[in-house]
Design a protein around this ligand. Structure first.
Ligand SMILES: [Fe+2]
Length: 368
């Protein structure tokens, strides 16, 4: 059986190699998330019923490799067999399916002047988790690590950087933070917003403190709301890492398991925090912690400016009471496995097994 690993397919897409990706999952699963550029044919039932015509309507370019995809990598093998039987020369089934694809990633470099620090956006394409590596001189800082620590270590090494600081913007509920493990493997200092939630050692960051390497002006801005410890980081006074507090077209949700009183408190805090951010210069570059759509392998950074956000999000112009009412009325369902993920992040535990099962599902950190 010819299969392809997530890493191999990720590399092909990263290199721009032509490939036809055929997603055979049911429509509802496809709508949750998908591999950028993939074709969809809702053939799940027909394939499992061994209907030889299940993929008959597909018109594929025989000169390109074909990769079939399903939820966990089984039905896609049936699809691959059928396509091979049609005479297509290179057909592979994606190992582990979309569940394994949850760990696939790509990156984009933020265009900045030569003399400034380099900022790389590292994107977990399926889940939409965005992390950042900031390099300056021989050192690098990583914010919100959500990928295998080795990916950051390799990327830093390619740039001639040693990772010396690892930061999180908040205690995450949608993915397992890799920051503690990355700090351990790199020997970097682990910095987290001051809070009493986690049960492992870290260096606490408070509002207004500088938290980067000495050559980097990276300042913490405590912006409670999404969670009470949520903190944004401002680089050189004009590049803002907003975590889950502010997105290009939406705002962060007051966090998950909060009861009514707590949610009200957080919605008020969020209002204050967002307005604090909006008071920064209008051309401040905003680099968020998540995106809701699968990230293409296009090398284009997901970023915007505060002024664009200000124009785009009406709710930012609402009066405090209306803002709070709207936020509370629109709270979305918590992310899949949120309570368990929060618990593991508070314990600083990164289970080796079942990582992708725990983190399955689309991201739901934004409020709209
Ligand atoms: Fe979050």
């Amino acid at each position: 059986m010819n299969t392809i690993s997530v890493e191999q397919l990720r590399t092909w897409l990263d290199e721009g190699r032509p490939v036809s990706i055929v997603d055979v999952r049911p429509l509802a699963q496809r709508q949750e998330w998908a591999i950028p550029g993939s074709l969809h044919l809702d053939a799940y039932e027909a394939l499992n019923a061994h209907d030889a015509q299940a993929l008959a309507s597909l018109d594929l370019d025989g000169s390109r490799p074909v990769v079939t995809v399903c939820a966990a990598g089984k039905t896609s093998q049936i699809a691959a067999e059928q396509l091979r039987a049609r005479g297509l020369p290179q057909v592979f089934s994606l190992e582990g399916g979309m569940q394994a694809w949850s760990l696939a990633w790509n990156s984009a470099t933020i265009p900045l002047p030569d003399y400034s620090p380099q900022v790389i956006q590292m994107r977990r394409t399926g889940k939409g988790c965005l992390s950042y590596m900031i390099g300056m001189g021989a050192e690098a800082v990583v914010i919100d690590a959500s990928l295998d620590p080795q990916i950051y270590l390799d990327s830093a090494a390619r740039h001639g950087w040693q990772i010396t600081r690892v930061l999180d913007t908040h205690i995450h509920a949608d993915h397992l933070s890799r920051s503690r493990e990355l700090a351990r493997q790199s020997g970097a200092m682990l910095l987290l917003p001051a809070q009493q939630r986690v049960s492992f050692p870290f260096t606490a960051i408070h509002d207004g403190e500088m938290c980067g390497i000495p050559s980097l002006r990276l300042m913490a801005l405590h912006t409670p709301g999404h969670t009470m410890e949520s903190t944004c980081y401002l680089l050189d006074g004009h590049i803002l890492f907003t975590g889950d507090t502010l997105f290009p077209a939406s705002i962060g949700r007051p966090d998950l398991e909060a009861n009514k009183t707590e949610a009200l408190l957080r919605a008020h805090a969020l209002y204050q925090s967002l307005h604090r951010l909006l008071a920064l210069p209008a051309d401040t570059l905003v680099l968020p912690g998540h995106t809701s759509a699968p990230v293409p392998f296009d090398g284009v950074p997901l970023m915007t400016t505060l002024s664009e956000i200000d124009e785009r999000i009406d709710l930012l112009h609402a009066k405090r009471a209306d803002f709070v009412d709207t936020v509370l009325a629109r709270l979305p369902a918590p992310p899949f496995n949120a309570a368990r993920i929060v618990q593991l992040n508070e314990q600083g535990v990164l289970p080796e097994q079942a990582l992708t099962e725990l983190e399955a599902g689309a991201n739901r950190c934004a409020i709209f």
